[in-house]
Design a protein around this ligand. Structure first.
Ligand code: HEC
Ligand code: HEC
Length: 219
């Protein structure tokens, strides 16, 4: 009986090890890349950039420092995924005016949601004192306040194109919208998500926007 348990144990360990080796060789999951830096925000001061670099650049820029363990699957899949999602939300190395509002930065930093807590465990250097936190928030606020982004207009608009111009371009460039290809359902979800972020659309405008988006930017 004991011998059998040992034999089963050996097989389990061997299969586990073989699987571990196999996932190192088979290329699945997103790649770890650092594309060239295209454009950064117009930083209000070098200090703001230094603070952002310290705590945000590993995920929200193309200057990610990939540590040795980031090359070992399955950790590599998780990290690459975080970085891809973070760069999709906004990328300090590929910045367009209005990509992210300072209120959103402020909320993420002050609530402690950003930098991601699991990241802070491994990168204690990215941990801020309260004073540094406020300095980064203030720095990002004045950096982003200098960008020319149209204020949201709440005048009634009935055609799709002007609706996007008036209500969507308030926070980010319409390129972000025009680059997307989504089904009607996906557009409905996106518009609902944007309303959650603060896009000003009543029910009628919402359906005008969804109609227009799925007609113009379908899959
Ligand atoms: C370990 C990776 C990581 C680090 C470091 C990090 N972020 Fe993020 N961030 C993400 C990911 C992933 C997302 C997108 C998914 C999400 O919203 O959770 C994101 C999303 C965001 C968003 C958008 C949230 C929304 O609701 O759209 C803001 C704002 C943000 N991060 C700010 C920051 C700031 C500021 C820093 C530095 C102080 C920072 N992040 C550091 C991974 C990171
Ligand atoms: C209050 C600010 C705000 C407004 C207004 C806004 N957005 Fe966004 N939008 C964001 C932020 C922040 C992101 C990036 C983070 C994310 O994707 O969650 C984003 C990302 C996107 C994306 C890329 C991500 C995805 O899901 O494909 C699309 C497309 C988009 N917005 C469409 C729209 C449309 C269409 C409108 C108008 C109906 C709109 N946005 C209005 C804040 C806003």
């Amino acid at each position: 009986m004991r011998k059998r348990i040992i034999r089963v144990g050996i097989v389990v360990v061997a299969v586990g090890a073989a699987f571990f080796l196999l996932i190192q060789i088979i290329p699945i999951g997103p790649r770890l890349t650092n594309p060239p830096v295209a454009a950064e925000p117009k930083w209000d001061s070098p200090q703001t950039r230094t603070l952002a670099k310290r705590a945000c650049f590993d995920c929200h820029s193309n200057e990610t420092k990939w540590p040795w363990y980031s090359y070992i699957a399955p950790v590599s899949w998780l990290l690459a995924n975080d970085v891809l999602n973070a760069r999709a939300a906004f990328n300090f190395s590929d910045w367009h005016a209005g990509d992210m509002r300072s209120a959103a930065m402020d909320a993420q930093i002050n609530s402690g949601r950003m930098p991601l807590p699991q990241y802070l465990l491994i990168h204690p250097n990215a941990r801020f004192t309260n004073a540094e936190k406020q300095q980064l928030v203030a720095g990002l606020t004045s950096t982003l306040a200098s960008e020319t982004v149209k204020p949201p207009s709440t005048a009634p608009v009935t055609d799709g194109a002007s609706l996007l111009e008036a209500r969507c371009a308030a926070c980010h460039s319409l390129d972000r919208v025009k680059q997307a290809k989504k089904t009607r359902n996906q557009w409905a979800q996106t518009v609902t998500r944007m309303v959650g972020k603060g896009a000003q659309l009543n029910a009628a405008e919402r359906s005008t926007a969804i109609d227009y988006l799925s007609k113009m930017y379908g899959p």
